[in-house]
Design a binder for this molecule. Structure first.
Ligand SMILES: Cc1cc2nc3c(=O)[nH]c(=O)nc-3n(C[C@H](O)[C@H](O)[C@H](O)COP(=O)(O)OP(=O)(O)OC[C@H]3O[C@@H](n4cnc5c(N)ncnc54)[C@H](O)[C@@H]3O)c2cc1C
Length: 358
C-alpha cells in the first residue's frame, strides 16, 4: 500500500518478501486438487467501518458480498456465535424475549465483581459463569496458552453479547470477500512501473541503501533479537480433504478444553458464489501454541513483562530517522487488514508531506 502511494507520487520503491508469494499472511491460492481458494495462513474476512479503506481496496479488485456467521460446538451441541439471543435460548433451553434474556443474564452475572481486572473476572461479570465457561474460558485457554485469570480484561471487551438474533460476527458497515482472492489484489496494487518486487529475499541479505525504509517485519528481528524475543502465538493447520460439504459452514469454533484445536475453517464457504460448483472440499483444524524461533509469528502476546522489552525496542526504533516500522509485526500489534491499510495510507501521506517540506 505504501509502495503504491509513493509510486503514484512518482517515487520508485523496492518491495521484498522472503516468501515466494505476495500478500503476507493474507495470501490466498487456489488448491490444485479441489479448486478451492485457500487462505494459506488462516481465514481472512474483510470488514471495516472506514469508507476510505473500503473505497481504496475496491479500486484493486472486485469484492463479493459476504457475512461471517460463526458456529460453535460445545459438548456435542451446536450453537450460534457471537453469543446472541439464539445462543442464550439454545443454551438454557428457553424461548426468552430480548428483555427477558437481558434480565436473566443480569441475574447470572457476578455483580460482586466491581472493576474486573482479568479476562476471567470480565467474563463472569459480563455473561455469568455458565456462558463464560462454555464459550470463552476453554477457547481462550487454548488460543493464548495461559489461564484466563492471567489475561487482561481488555481482551473480552471485544466480544459482543447480543440480545437479538443478529449473528453477523462483525459489527462493521462494510464486509466482503475478494472475488479472486487477496493475493490477486496485492499483485494489482504492486503492478506499477515504479515498483520493483523481489520475492524470496530476506531483508538481512540486502546490501543496497535506501532513502527510506518501511519495515513491516518483526521489530525484534530488525535488531537481531539482541535484547531477546517478543512473545507470539503461532498456529498449526491440519488439512482435511473431503467430498462435497464437510461441516456446512465456514467457521466452526470448538471452545471445549478437551478438544485440542480451536476451530475448523472450511474454505470454500468463504466463497459462496463458487462453493456450489466445487465437488471436493478442504478444511483446516487450527491449533494454537507458543511461537518458537523457527515458527511463523501470528498473534503478538501482550502480557505484563513483555511490555518492557517492546518499549525498549520501540525506543530504539524511534531513534532511526530513516526507518518507519509498520504493520502487524513492525508495531507488534494485532491489526486487522483494514486497520493495516488505514495506517499504511496515513504513513505514506505523512512521508510524502515530510518529503515535500524538504
Ligand atoms: C489467523 C489470522 C487470521 C486473521 N484473520 C483476519 C480477518 O479475518 N480479517 C482481517 O481483517 N484481518 C485478519 N488477520 C490480520 C491480518 O493477517 C493482518 O492484518 C495482515 O496480515 C497485516 O499485514 P502486514 O503486512 O502488517 O503483515 P503480514 O501479512 O504478516 O506480512 C509481513 C510479511 O513480511 C515478511 N517478512 C517479515 N520479515 C521479513 C524479513 N526480514 N525479510 C523479508 N521478508 C520479511 C513475511 O514473510 C510476511 O509475508 C488475521 C491474522 C491472523 C494471524
Amino acid at each position: 500500500m505504501i509502495g503504491r502511494e509513493l509510486a503514484e507520487a512518482g517515487i520508485p520503491s523496492l518491495i521484498i518478501d522472503e516468501r515466494p508469494h505476495v500478500a503476507g499472511n493474507c495470501h490466498t491460492e487456489r488448491d490444485a486438487e479441489s479448486g478451492v481458494m485457500i487462505h494459506r495462513y488462516g481465514p481472512h474476512i474483510f470488514h471495516t467501518d472506514s469508507e476510505r479503506v473500503w473505497n481504496y481496496i475496491r479500486c484493486f479488485g472486485e469484492f463479493e458480498p459476504y457475512v461471517n456467521r460463526v458456529k460453535a460446538t460445545v459438548k456435542g451441541k451446536i450453537y450460534s456465535l457471537p453469543v446472541n439471543l439464539h445462543t442464550i435460548n439454545q443454551f438454557f433451553g428457553t424461548s426468552m424475549s430480548p428483555a427477558e434474556a437481558r434480565a436473566f443474564i443480569a441475574s447470572k452475572a457476578r455483580n460482586d465483581i466491581q472493576d474486573p481486572q482479568t479476562f476471567e473476572e470480565q467474563g463472569m461479570k459480563f455473561v455469568g459463569e455458565e456462558l463464560y465457561e462454555a464459550f470463552f474460558a476453554g477457547y481462550t485457554r487454548k488460543q493464548w496458552g495461559i489461564e484466563p485469570s492471567e489475561l487482561p480484561a481488555s481482551i473480552l471487551k471485544r466480544l459482543p453479547l447480543r440480545f437479538n438474533y443478529d449473528d453477523n460476527y462483525f459489527n462493521h458497515r462494510f464486509q466482503g470477500m475478494p472475488r479472486e482472492g487477496y493475493s490477486k489484489i496485492v499483485e494489482t496494487i504492486l503492478d506499477h512501473p515504479l515498483i520493483e518486487l523481489r520475492r524470496q529475499v530476506r531483508f538481512e541479505d540486502l546490501d543496497e541503501s535506501f532513502q527510506h525504509l518501511f519495515y513491516s517485519g518483526p521489530i525484534d528481528r530488525y535488531f537481531n533479537f539482541d535484547l531477546g524475543r517478543l512473545a507470539y502465538r503461532t498456529l498449526d493447520f491440519q488439512m482435511i480433504r473431503a467430498e462435497g460439504d464437510f461441516q456446512g459452514t465456514a467457521v466452526m469454533n470448538y471452545p471445549d478444553s478437551d478438544v485440542p484445536f480451536t476451530r475448523i475453517a472450511e474454505h470454500k464457504h468463504f466463497a459462496p458464489w463458487e462453493a456450489g460448483h466445487l465437488e471436493e472440499t478442504v478444511a483446516f483444524r487450527e491449533y494454537s501454541r507458543a511461537c518458537g524461533p523457527d515458527d511463523i509469528p501470528y498473534y503478538p502476546v501482550n502480557l505484563v513483562g513483555g511490555v518492557d522489552l517492546l518499549k525498549t525496542y520501540q525506543d530504539r526504533a524511534s531513534e532511526l530517522k530513516d526507518v518507519t516500522f509498520v504493520g502487524r509485526l513492525g508495531t507488534f500489534q494485532y491489526l486487522d487488514m483494514d486497520v493495516t491499510i488505514d495506517r499504511a495510507l496515513d504513513v505514506a501521506q505523512a512521508y510524502l508531506k515530510q518529503r515535500a517540506a524538504h
